[in-house]
Structures are given as structure tokens and as C-alpha cells.
Design a protein around this ligand. Structure first.
Ligand SMILES: Cc1cc2nc3c(=O)[nH]c(=O)nc-3n(C[C@H](O)[C@H](O)[C@H](O)COP(=O)(O)O)c2cc1C
Length: 318
């Protein structure tokens, strides 16, 4: 049997294999893995950037728990000028598509950083990190509010030629509404999940254990809830999904793809086992060969025997 096809295409971005990394978990600001070539993966998603300098949250920022990583880093960011002078030249040397993750506190800040990134002619796509409070709308995260998410994606869509990927907040209540909103607003793909909110309290001091008090939980512990959310969103929308949340090996990649993801991100595992991604790539390839699966795309949605027929949503172009 010839080698299986590993190529996937998401939002017009051609990836030589479906593996990627969760923004912020695989080096950033120009420092990428010393363990394997960045080009091993299908697409690189560097750390989220802002259009202004930002200190991030007070320490401690990360804490290992019995089952996962508790963190609240707060997306620290240097100036745009620093990004252009120090990070972009390194990104330009990489021989793979790059999706730059961005964030803002208002719709205008998102639009501005998207336009700046677009103008560099370096990126294959833009990921909107929607896990940020909307300062003009009472502080509710864009990713929790279908109306804000719709307005934001629609505005961004009208300002860039690049594919727009909306990274959803992992919120059970609003998840499907936000997924449908961003699709209707013209998002080309969805990325999910970001780390769900969490807290750890020290039993002696009876105080929260990280500087920001409230943080998130990531790593293997969250995989079943991430898989469930991907499953639900796959049934609700037609745009492709970057799935992530607790991935550690090739079996998790297959699980996310069966739930509906077309590409799969490695996140917290990069801190634990930096070779997890290249190893999973080799094992995924062998699994496909041994099981006579000629094309990795066959895995996508394969857990949904009863997927309902979907109606292609009308693309809104502002
Ligand atoms: C330390 C840390 C930093 C992160 N930084 C970002 C970030 O800058 N932008 C973003 O969209 N997600 C960020 N994430 C979320 C991850 O990209 C990913 O969505 C989440 O951790 C779930 O995947 P995992 O369980 O495999 O880590 C971060 C997660 C961690 C643990």
C-alpha cells in the first residue's frame, strides 16, 4: 500500500499533516523548539499577540496539579515594534504556514492587530483568541457572547484577505451559539478548546494559589470535555475545526479527528514531553498504514454515523 495521505486543507491553508500546536504552549517570541524542527508540524500557531505592550498577570502564573496544569499567564506582550524587529524575521525563515493568534480588549483593538499582521505578508491565517473581556460591553468575554463574537468576526472579516479562525471559549452554555455566530459572520474555521476556567486553593493559607486567583486548567485532564465540545460543534457548523485540549499522543489525535477536528493541536504536553508531536506523527502514519486507511481525512467526523445533513450557511460579507 502506498504511504497514506496526511495532507489536510483548512480554510484554504494547506498543511502537510494535521498536527499543530496550541497558541502559547510551544515557544514564542522567536524561540521555538530546540527538540525538533518546527517544520515537522503542518502549521505553526505562535503565541497570541496584542497591538500594545502588556505585562501579563502577576506570578505565580502556572501550577502543576494532580491532573493538569493550572495557569493564568495573562498573555504578556512586548510592543508591536519589538514583534516586527525580533519575531517576524525569525517567522519569515520558517518553511511552513503560520497562523498568527491575536487578541484585543475591544473590537477596534482586534481589527487593528489583524490589519497589522495582514500587512506583514508573513501569515497564512489569523486566529482570533476570543477569550478576552470586551471592555465596551461590560467585560463579558467575546467568546461567551454570540452577538459580540458575530460583530467582531464580521468586522475582522471585512478588513483582511487572510483566512480567519475563531478560537472559542470552552463554555457549555454559549458554545454552540457562538460557533454558529462566528460561522455566520464569515469565520473560515474554528479552533477549540481554549483552557476552561479553574481555581486552586492552598489548604493551609486558604488562599488562591496563583497570582490572578482565577486561572484555567489544561492538559490531559480536560481531553474528554474538549472531545465532547468538538463533537457538538462539528454537528452544528460546516466550517472546519482545529481541535485541542489535553492531547498527548497519536490516539488522542485520532479521537479528536473522529469527533470532527480536521487538524489537532498539542498544548500543555509540550511542557511535559517536547517530543510528543513528532512521535505522534510517526505513530499516526503507522496506524493509518496498518489499518489500510489511505487518507487521514477519512478520520474526520468518523464517530458521527448519524451526523445530520447540514445546510451551508450564507457567508456574510460586510
Ligand atoms: C501556559 C499556557 C499559555 C497559553 N497561552 C495561550 C495564548 O497565548 N493564546 C491562546 O489562544 N491560547 C493559549 N493557551 C491555551 C492553549 O493554546 C490550549 O488551547 C489549551 O491549553 C488547551 O490545550 P492543552 O490542554 O493541550 O494545553 C495557553 C495555555 C497554556 C497552558
Amino acid at each position: 500500500m502506498p504511504a497514506p495521505n496526511l495532507r489536510v486543507t483548512i480554510a484554504g491553508i494547506e498543511m502537510k499533516n494535521p498536527l499543530t500546536v496550541g497558541s502559547g504552549t510551544y515557544g514564542h517570541h522567536g524561540n521555538f523548539s530546540q527538540f525538533f524542527p518546527v517544520e515537522t508540524m503542518g502549521v505553526l500557531v505562535p503565541k497570541t499577540v496584542r497591538n500594545y505592550k502588556w505585562p501579563g498577570n502577576p506570578g505565580p502564573r502556572v501550577l502543576e496539579t494532580t491532573a493538569g496544569l493550572h495557569s493564568s499567564v495573562g498573555i504578556p506582550c512586548n510592543t508591536w515594534e519589538h514583534f516586527v524587529a525580533h519575531d517576524v524575521p525569525i517567522l519569515k525563515t520558517l518553511k511552513l504556514p503560520i497562523i498568527q493568534s491575536v487578541i484585543g480588549r475591544t473590537e477596534d483593538e482586534y481589527v487593528e492587530i489583524v490589519e497589522r499582521c495582514d500587512s506583514l505578508n508573513v501569515f497564512a491565517g489569523i486566529e482570533l483568541n476570543l477569550s478576552c473581556p470586551n471592555l465596551k460591553q461590560g467585560g463579558l468575554d467575546f467568546g461567551y457572547d454570540p452577538d459580540s463574537a458575530y460583530k467582531l468576526v464580521r468586522h475582522v472579516r471585512s478588513k483582511t484577505r487572510l483566512p480567519v479562525i475563531a478560537k472559542l471559549a470552552p463554555d457549555y452554555t454559549s458554545l454552540l451559539k457562538v460557533a454558529k455566530s462566528v460561522e455566520a459572520a464569515g469565520a473560515d474555521a474554528i479552533s477549540m478548546i481554549n483552557a476552561p476556567r479553574a481555581m486552586c486553593i492552598d489548604h493551609v493559607t486558604r488562599k488562591p494559589m496563583i497570582g490572578n486567583k482565577i486561572g484555567a486548567l489544561s492538559g490531559a485532564a480536560i481531553k474528554p470535555l474538549a472531545v465532547y465540545m468538538v463533537w457538538e460543534v462539528y454537528r452544528a457548523v460546516q466550517i472546519p475545526i482545529f481541535g485541542m485540549g489535553g492531547v498527548t499522543d497519536f490516539r488522542d489525535v485520532i479521537e479528536f479527528m473522529a469527533a470532527g477536528a480536521r487538524a489537532v493541536g498539542f498544548g500543555t504536553i509540550n511542557y511535559v514531553d517536547p517530543m510528543a508531536l513528532p512521535r505522534a506523527l510517526g505513530e499516526l502514519t503507522r496506524f493509518l498504514e496498518e489499518n489500510g486507511i489511505a487518507d487521514v481525512n477519512e478520520l474526520v467526523g468518523s464517530a458521527h454515523e448519524d451526523r445530520p445533513a447540514l445546510v451551508v450557511p450564507e457567508r456574510v460579507v460586510a
